[in-house]
Design a protein around this ligand. Structure first.
Ligand code: PRP
Length: 181
């Protein structure tokens, strides 16, 4: 086995387990959307770019891929939960079947904002797919497809970062506490 990066405490979810779960989610979406016609996957940058690419390549239903980028302010008590749109979709989603593709739902603030924003554009349907979820109770919207629950530690890999590093690790790993504290 290759040596772990010195910032990494331990691997939480292996590459094989991630790829197997992505294939299962793709199969579920294929079943649910088999008569829907063209679907729009909305990947949320940056974290979801790897999951969006893998999911898209495993899907059989006809679909296009678009992206949005969201930034959260949450550094102070007053701004906690406030999010801002950095990059919007290229095309309207009115009357389209939309699936939001996220890497992780943590506090749920990003997803609450996205759900409200996208519903306001009158899609034919809107579902949420997140590969990872932390167990928080501030999420107002249902998650339709979830890959794995994660413990409340700093996780990196498969799109998730620490200061924009470690996104390309093929597995999910716990970061050593001394790296971020
Ligand atoms: C991460 C992740 C989600 C969001 C989830 O993005 O990709 O979009 O946080 O957190 P929440 O449920 O607490 O709102 P981040 O803001 O780190 O940006 P990035 O994807 O560009 O790294």
């Amino acid at each position: 086995m290759t040596d772990l990066h010195p910032d990494i405490e331990r691997i939480l979810i292996s590459e094989d387990d991630i790829q197997r779960r992505v294939a299962e989610i793709a199969a579920e979406i294929d079943r649910d959307y088999k008569d829907a016609g063209q679907v729009v996957l909305v990947g949320i940058l940056k974290g979801a770019f790897i999951f969006t690419a893998d999911l898209s390549r495993k899907l059989s239903v006809p679909h296009s891929v678009d992206f949005m980028s969201i930034s959260s302010y949450g550094d102070t008590a007053e701004s906690a939960g406030a999010v801002r749109l950095i990059l919007d979709l290229r095309k309207p989603i009115t009357d389209r079947h939309v699936i939001v593709v996220e890497d992780i739902v943590d506090t749920g603030h990003t997803m609450n904002y996205l759900h409200q924003t996208l519903m306001g554009r009158n899609p034919a349907s809107l579902k949420i797919c997140s590969l990872f979820k932390k167990n928080r109770d501030s999420l107002d919207v249902p998650l339709d497809y979830v890959g794995f629950d994660l413990p409340d530690v700093w996780v990196v890999g498969y799109g998730l970062d620490y200061a924009d590093t470690h996104r390309t690790l093929p597995y999910i790993a716990e970061l050593k506490k001394e790296v971020y504290s």
